[in-house]
Design a protein around this ligand. Structure first.
Ligand code: ADP
Length: 190
């Protein structure tokens, strides 16, 4: 069982890569953002708790996110591995993932980090707002807040994964196909 974290700021292209990578390798794509949006649509208890925070560009509580991940990991059969998209986003979440994987006799194989420039990110988020209609993409103040939250709470994870020797940066400014080719080349060596 392989576990790859697809890392990067909002709009870096994590979701696009995960969709095609999951097909190529029979990995389960775990996007905490997609799961939360689904819960919001269903108006579940979790969705109601998450909506307000997501609309403001703030993070949902670690406890809720960790519970989601645990549920998905335990209930996934017949896959060759997992791709984490938008998770972990805090030190606490990364510690919880590590503990959970140890319990399951697994480990994080690599953190594949899409290094994407801020002007490219803003362009991609604006493009996505027009296509997908996500409210948090359409508002400049919310996009700015999400980038700030990334810098403060998520970016520090890079040092942690570098120290563990599993951090693998790639240039996220290229086309979807070019990034895909580069990531596949790396995964094939793992
Ligand atoms: P993006 O990568 O463009 O920021 P996501 O779909 O990953 O979009 O996340 C959308 C929103 O969902 C985040 O702004 C946050 O409110 C919430 N969210 C998603 N994943 C997490 C997580 N791991 N921890 C806390 N909140 C999360």
């Amino acid at each position: 069982m392989k576990n790859f974290i697809i890392f990067g700021p909002p709009g870096a292209g994590k979701g696009s890569q995960c969709i095609i990578l999951s097909k190529r390798y029979n990995f389960k794509h775990i996007s905490t953002g997609d799961i939360l949006r689904e819960e919001v649509k269903r108006e579940s208890e979790l969705g109601l708790k998450a909506k307000n925070l997501m609309d403001k560009g703030e993070l949902v509580s670690d406890a809720l996110i960790i519970a989601i991940i645990e549920r998905v990991l335990v209930n996934s059969n017949g896959v060759a591995g997992f791709l984490y998209d938008g998770f972990p986003r805090t030190v606490k979440q990364s510690e919880a993932l590590e503990a959970l994987l140890i319990k399951l006799g697994q480990k994080i194989d690599a953190v594949i980090s899409l290094q994407t420039d801020e002007d490219v990110i803003i362009q991609r988020i604006q493009g996505r707002a027009a296509i997908e209609g996500r409210e948090d993409d359409a508002r400049t103040d919310v996009v700015k807040k999400r980038l700030e939250v990334y810098r403060e709470q998520t970016h520090p994870l890079i040092e942690i994964y570098k120290k563990k020797g599993i951090y693998h940066p790639i240039n996220g400014n290229l086309t979807i196909e070019q990034n895909f080719a580069e990531i596949c080349e790396f995964i094939d060596q793992q």
